[in-house]
Design a protein around this ligand. Sequence first.
Ligand code: R5P
Length: 266
Amino acid sequence: MDWGLQNRLSRIIRPTDGHTVMLAVDHGYFLGPTRRLEIPRKTIEPLIPYADALMITRGVVRTSIDPGSNVPIVLRVSGGASVLNEDLSHEAVTTSMDDALRINASAVALSIFVGAPHEHDSLVSLGSLVNEGEARGMPVLAVTAVGKELEKRDARYLSLACRMAAEFGAHFVKTYYCDPGFEKVVESCPVPIVVAGGPKLDTEMDALGLTHDAIQAGAAGVDMGRNIWQSDHAIGMIRAVRAIVHERATPKEAHEAYLKGGKAKR
Ligand code: R5P
């Protein structure tokens, strides 16, 4: 791995413990003003001190993030279908590598849609993005998107999608946690995996449990959005997630320290 690429990646996945807490706030690229992310700056700014990186689009970076905040940016560069479209897989690269470099991104991210109508296009886009990333020292995060077909989140499907992403040259992969079999997804993917939180779970303990189980099974970390910023205790939640990812806290310890302990504020 080239020095520059490795250096960028190490801004996201901490070399000290090989783990990361990425805060995902890119949902607007196909969902529009998602609940509690209606005014991006208001939601994101208080959470920045606790995020190892932001997963975000260029529009929200430029309008809503202070350039002096120095938080590493994982720039979403794919898009093209809204939530109103039945086929969410019709995406392409919409943000150039030049613009990613201007923004000083630490990585670029695009979705792949294995098994979906536009599987081929998304995989070819991944290959091209890796070619550009290798040429410029820019890590590529492949997101194994499932569109509206949530039943695809089983170990067999996720192993296929994650392994393919790594074979195409992605430097790290974002996927969903699954039970059973997540450790097999991790084992058969030769690059680090970060897990999405998915739609908000019933309780905060559910999200902390998911985080803990994913780390125990070998995930490098999380790239979590709604389960953090849709919580009434967003700062407490991200601090609790950090305690699990970086300090090996149990969900109960993390919950008690940051949510029940009264330290949590929205
Ligand atoms: C989905 O493709 C978006 O890129 C989000 O970044 C991703 O779903 C993670 O956010 P959440 O934890 O809310 O699922």
